[in-house]
Design a protein around this ligand. Structure first.
Ligand code: HEC
Ligand code: HEC
Length: 218
């Protein structure tokens, strides 16, 4: 009997742990975006094109991290190594060695965000951090904490809320289209509410940007 209880407790704890790990995976690009705008934008620029305010004073031009050819041919492990730069032969001039400052999961989040920069057809139009706050207040009940469409209310709806982590589905819609859907809903038979009058333009732009990062979180 006691063993059974212990087993159930372990199972519950493990499920909770798994859920929080999954949430973290969905937020990887978002975490990467935050780190990037602290440590990397000075050289690589806010858009990742290599034109940050410090770029002109460097001997080497910072890499354009939005280039799908250059970034596309690098494996995740190579990118981690290039960012950490801790090996004896890994020192590339002017690119700091981040391995002494950032932990491994942080570097992996940065790789996820660099993948977003080099593969997303749509840029960020608002502040994703504001977007996260608004999302957690108004959207998670249906779309789920991690955007997978499995929020507590989703089981009561006859239509599944869209999975925002599906890059194929989300990339097919441009930023204007997403904004329109959020402001005006998706029509009479849809259970996606219209947020016009509740959210400001800036908040909707922020949401669109946050959803973009959820959709590219590998
Ligand atoms: C002081 C300026 C500076 C900062 C800050 C900086 N970088 Fe760099 N980075 C460079 C330069 C310069 C290069 C090009 C090095 C070369 O061509 O050998 C580079 C190259 C890279 C590359 C290699 C790309 C490739 O495929 O060749 C990656 C990845 C990268 N940086 C990521 C980052 C990340 C992530 C951060 C923030 C944690 C960051 N950089 C911060 C200057 C900087
Ligand atoms: C009451 C539940 C509910 C809430 C709350 C909700 N949604 Fe939705 N949402 C849905 C449903 C259901 C769909 C799918 C509609 C359909 O397929 O017709 C949807 C679809 C969407 C789509 C369209 C994607 C596509 O494939 O067309 C976007 C974008 C979206 N929601 C964003 C949001 C945002 C941002 C919020 C918070 C401000 C939010 N939703 C809040 C239920 C909800």
């Amino acid at each position: 009997m006691r063993n059974m209880k212990r087993f159930m407790l372990t199972a519950v704890l493990a499920t909770g742990l798994l859920a929080s790990l999954q949430t973290q995976a969905a937020l990887r690009s978002f975490e990467g975006w935050k780190l990037y705008n602290t440590y990397c934008f000075l050289c690589h620029g806010t858009t990742g094109k290599g034109d940050g305010p410090l770029a002109k004073s460097l001997k080497l031009t910072p890499r354009n991290l939005t280039d799908p050819v250059i970034i596309g041919q690098r494996s995740d492990r190579e990118l981690v190594r290039l960012i950490r730069g801790m090996g004896a032969h890994d020192k590339v001039s002017d690119m700091p060695q981040w391995g002494s400052v950032l932990a491994e999961p942080q570097v992996e989040s940065l790789v996820s965000y660099i993948r977003f920069l080099s593969s997303s057809p749509h840029g960020l139009v608002g502040d994703p951090q504001v977007g996260q706050q608004v999302y957690q207040r108004y959207c998670f009940a249906c779309h789920g904490n991690d955007g997978k469409g499995n929020g507590v209310l989703s089981k009561l709806l006859p239509i599944n809320p869209t999975d925002h982590t599906d890059a194929g589905v989300m990339d097919a819609m441009d930023n204007r289209m997403l904004k329109k859907i959020i402001l005006h809903g998706e029509g009479r038979d849809s259970y996606m509410p219209a947020w016009d009058g509740i959210l400001t333009e800036a908040e909707v732009d922020a949401l669109v940007s946050y959803i973009r990062l959820l959709s590219h979180a590998k």
